[in-house]
Design a protein around this ligand. Sequence first.
Ligand SMILES: [Zn+2]
Length: 142
Amino acid sequence: MQTFTNCLVPEGGYPTQDGYLRVLDKPRKVGGRLTMLHRLEWEKIKGQIPPGFEVDHLCKNRACQNINHLQLLKSSTHKSKDNSERYLVRNIEILSWVKLNPGHKPKDVAKTLGVTRSKVEKLSRDYPHIRQHLKMKPLKSS
Ligand SMILES: [Zn+2]
């Protein structure tokens, strides 16, 4: 996998909860609106973003404005890429919580973290090392 260095993260702007940077596209008093900075950067350098496309961060650093780290993706492709990344991040959150709070049943982990019990049980199958931190029967060794 290609790695990206030299991310360009400007000072200021208005970060979103997801970590994107927004700026005013023009002064507020002339009707300026908060706009995703990486979209503005793309359009400034590469031209208008065609309908149905979004600007994706190859470097996964959503505040980054390095034009070489950006690519156009179809919105649908972008969303499924984003979702699988989000899914992975959530899994890591659950796994780390279990490690830090050992001795709970999957049911209780699920309740505390607001996920389903089957989600926790699936994680314990996908990541067997986590089972030692959970209050559950060990996997039968085959
Ligand atoms: Zn970058």
